[in-house]
Write a protein that binds this ligand. Structure first.
Ligand SMILES: Cc1cc2nc3c(=O)[nH]c(=O)nc-3n(C[C@H](O)[C@H](O)[C@H](O)COP(=O)(O)OP(=O)(O)OC[C@H]3O[C@@H](n4cnc5c(N)ncnc54)[C@H](O)[C@@H]3O)c2cc1C
Length: 386
């Protein structure tokens, strides 16, 4: 069967179509044949990051003078969509956390020295990024962060812990949120720091075992008297919360892309399956209820995907997108849930068997209504702006 295709949206750059073809070829030739092994290994091999880097795909949004491509938000959406079409959510999350959720902090607010030190290696896939915001006591409520950073002479000293950190085990460059003003309450008094793997006092705790996204590594991290040079501060002191919220806009946009790709893949494998599966003397597809169910899921997926590209355009135009991106995060993740579970139902008992793509995709989809802003939190952001 030919792959299930949504209509190509109006893209700001003709080159993005070629890029889509290039990513899809890489996914078909490398990711799909090896994804099951990476699920077992619990991580994406570094060689894959290097290959994506050599194709120019890891630094598309970063400044050209540091090895990036200088492209806009739609590039991130096309990238996320095509990675996610692999049907391996863990792989797609590991790569997009690197490109769009961690290293992007350095690209946006790093000094020239920080960009020169980290971006070329990150764009090449030689070094992998992680973003460390969540703590045991601070998830949805980012303002509850307790990790402390204290200025002592020419150094910053960090103490605290983080959890659920993607690329936490195998990453190299960690963007860490910490409280620099103990007297400031809530959103005030947070700052970001760059911590390199191997810094004394910084250690990876448990590698966390997960329900889905099994090909991405997820860790607990500990910071005990970690001494950083003064220039490890990323962006303005005390403005970390606003930096996190601003990068969340891109992260949530990318999640829209991940959901669109996964919806397309789920619809594709399920359409194939119901056309070949016979019951009651005909294929399942010949049951009107079955094909209409798929048509309805396709319609919802297409609507959610259209909002994703529309948000990318708004971001590139410099508009305030908090309301629309919050809508998108809630809508795309909830739509993906409906799609994967509807598709799993149409696979019957086969969809419950480990080793079928739809079973894995249903597990991978589960986290998307939680991570990067839970649906309820997103809907509050929308409600505040109605
Ligand atoms: C696989 C995975 C990878 C992750 N990767 C990273 C990473 O790389 N970096 C990082 O910093 N974090 C990461 N996270 C953390 C993720 O962002 C948090 O799990 C998420 O923000 C939710 O926080 P929490 O788990 O503490 O849930 P809580 O904040 O405890 O919320 C629990 C639930 O309560 C509900 N809820 C919360 N607030 C409200 C509200 N205001 N109104 C109504 N209902 C509400 C929601 O249903 C929510 O799911 C990852 C998590 C997972 C599972």
């Amino acid at each position: 069967m030919p792959p299930f295709e949504f209509m190509e949206p109006a893209l700001p750059d003709e080159g993005l179509r070629m890029m889509r073809t290039q990513i899809r070829r890489y996914v078909d030739e490398v990711v799909v044949p090896n994804g099951e092994q990476w699920e077992k290994d619990g991580c994406v091999p570094r060689e894959v990051f290097r290959e994506l880097g050599s194709l120019g795909l890891l630094g598309m949004r970063h400044p050209p003078e540091y090895g990036g491509g200088g492209l806009g938000a739609a590039a991130s959406v096309v990238f996320a969509e095509e990675l996610s079409r692999s049907g391996f959510g863990g792989f797609a999350s590991s790569v997009t956390v690197h490109t769009d959720m961690s290293i992007s902090h350095i690209a946006h607010r790093g000094t020239a020295a920080q960009k020169a030190r980290y971006l070329p290696a990150a764009c090449a896939g030689e070094k992998v990024g992680a973003v460390c915001v969540t703590e045991p006591g601070a998830g949805s409520d980012v303002a509850g962060i307790r990790t402390r950073a204290v200025r002592r002479g020419d150094e910053w000293v960090i103490d605290g812990s983080k959890t659920f950190i993607t690329n936490g085990v195998h990453g190299d460059i960690y963007v860490v949120a910490a409280r620099t003003d103990p007297d400031a309450r809530g959103a005030k008094g947070l700052s970001l720091f760059i911590v390199e793997k191997g810094t004394p006092g910084f250690r990876v705790g448990r590698e966390l075992d997960k329900h889905g996204w099994r090909s991405s590594d997820t860790a607990e991290l500990f910071f005990e008297d970690v001494r950083l040079p003064a220039d490890a501060l990323l962006g303005e002191e005390g403005k970390g919360f606003y930096a996190i919220m601003s990068t969340f806009q891109n992260e949530r946009l990318v999640i829209g892309g991940l959901c669109a790709g996964a919806c397309a893949k789920a619809l594709e494998v399920t359409t194939d399956y119901v056309k070949s599966r016979k019951a009651f003397g005909k294929s399942l597809w010949d049951q009107q209820a079955v094909r209409q169910k798929l048509a309805w899921l396709a319609a919802k997926s297409a609507a959610s995907r259209a909002l994703t590209y529309s948000c990318a355009q708004m971001i590139d135009e410099g508009q305030d997108t908090v309301r629309e991106v919050s809508m998108l995060k809630a809508l795309s993740a909830e739509t993906l849930h409906e799609v994967v579970h509807g598709c799993l139902q149409l696979h019957g008992g086969m969809g419950f068997m480990i080793g079928t793509p739809i079973e894995r995709m249903a597990r991978d989809a589960r986290v998307l209504t939680i991570g990067g802003g839970a649906t309820e939190v997103m809907l509050e952001e929308v409600a505040k702006r109605l």
